[in-house]
Design a protein around this ligand. Sequence first.
Ligand code: AMP
Length: 504
Amino acid sequence: MPDNLVALFYARQAGHADKVALEWQGSPVCTFGELPARVGRYVAALRQLGVTRGDRVMVKTENSPAFVFTYLAVLASGAVFVPLNAAYTAAEVALLMEDAEPVLLVHAAATAVPPAGAGPVRATLEPDGSGSLTDLAASLAPDLAVEPVAATDLAAILFTSGTTGRPKGAMLMHRNLSSNVAALYETWQFSDRDTILHALPMFHAHGLFVALHLGLYSAATLRMIAKFDAAKVVSLLPSVSVFMGVPTFYTRLLDRADFTREVAGGLRLFISGSAPLLPSVFAAFEERTGHRILERYGMTEAVMITSNPYPQAGRIPGTVGYPLPGVELRVVGGEWRGELPPGEVGEIEIRGPNLCAGYWRRPEATAESFGPDGFFITGDTGFRDPDGRVTIAGRSKDLIISGGFNVYPAELEILFAEIEGVSDVAIIGVPHPDFGEAVVALVTASDPAFDAGAIERLAQERLARFKQPKAVHVLAEFPRNAMGKVLKAELRKTYAAQFTEKAG
Ligand code: AMP
């Protein structure tokens, strides 16, 4: 097996020269046979701009086929791909540039970046694929060489979203990416007969390492669109076999009357991840389409970690399934961080070929996250069933301790989402003079006249007193990041003084 991920992709695509590899906004872009030359022109451009093995190339632009070619060219050159969230401000980019020290910054002209000066060479790449990088690539003969890197060489650095503190760069090695895509290919039964609808941002692991990689590894056609657009997705679904999304994609599809059983009928698989999928959404989706969404769990530092099983009946809502082949997972707790028995909530730790090499230039953060036996502390809490199935209880920093008792947000979020009219729930803890922390329930509702009393009534009926929310707020919308994750830190800030002020 070639160690350079790009060489692995090309080897896997052998025999599919005439098949369309990428489509963009409904039109074919290139076949698998044409792909190496398309990438090779960008390899030549990178070389001309001074990029050599081990150099970082920072990229801040929207999804496009040229984004894909640039990504593959960086890896083929033996360089390290550093994608940035397109929404970052110039000040945020400046900090990350200082940290990653790229030799080249590729960006859209209109996107926020620090003013040019000393520092990396710059090239532009627009959302429509044009720009100085593409112009240079088009003027050069393709360089088809693929650098023979070691499996442990870095392929990419992805900065974790880091809602608090300085973002940390997870160092992903070629072998992390190749082992993970192979495990997903097996687990989700991909083949060259698949067509994938790709609507996820590619600056994030979900869009880059899951959706894109599965297409390239399986020699499956990737139908890419610029970004998620529910109407466009409904129109394209009948022509694909697999759709991958974050939970908000699924709720937005369900909001549309034209998202029907017929539209979803031809697909073999709908996958969800990056944030918890509410069982209420799972159930509504099954009722509408007959499909049980396959939920999986992953994170930037380890790509994909667990997945529900492929057979429909094995997909259990509210759970994230079993560790992928080759991945070890344990739930630990107590003073000695010992492994906990089934059913007990503790911290999730993992080890395996998917696990990144640590955080870029942050030895102290790396040391804090990796135990002496190589297990990585994910920062998520959860429990296992006796047969090993994993359920996530929430980020450890979202754990609420009220009156000395642990309250796991996911348990309440799932319960309240069952109430008629509730579209989403976020449970947070805020300071309370008597209890240390108090549970606060925030809900979004489809009906503006939704009665918050329904939450209180269900809580009294179903939950121990210490878990019952001490306040309920109905909001129009939650603050979310680019992947649709609810920004709980922001919500905690908003409601921080709600009990302490009253007490004072
Ligand atoms: P990121 O590094 O941005 O991909 O975020 C990773 C985090 O997203 C994980 O540590 C989890 O907290 C959360 N996450 C990902 N998938 C799931 C899931 N299926 N259910 C619950 N949380 C998830």
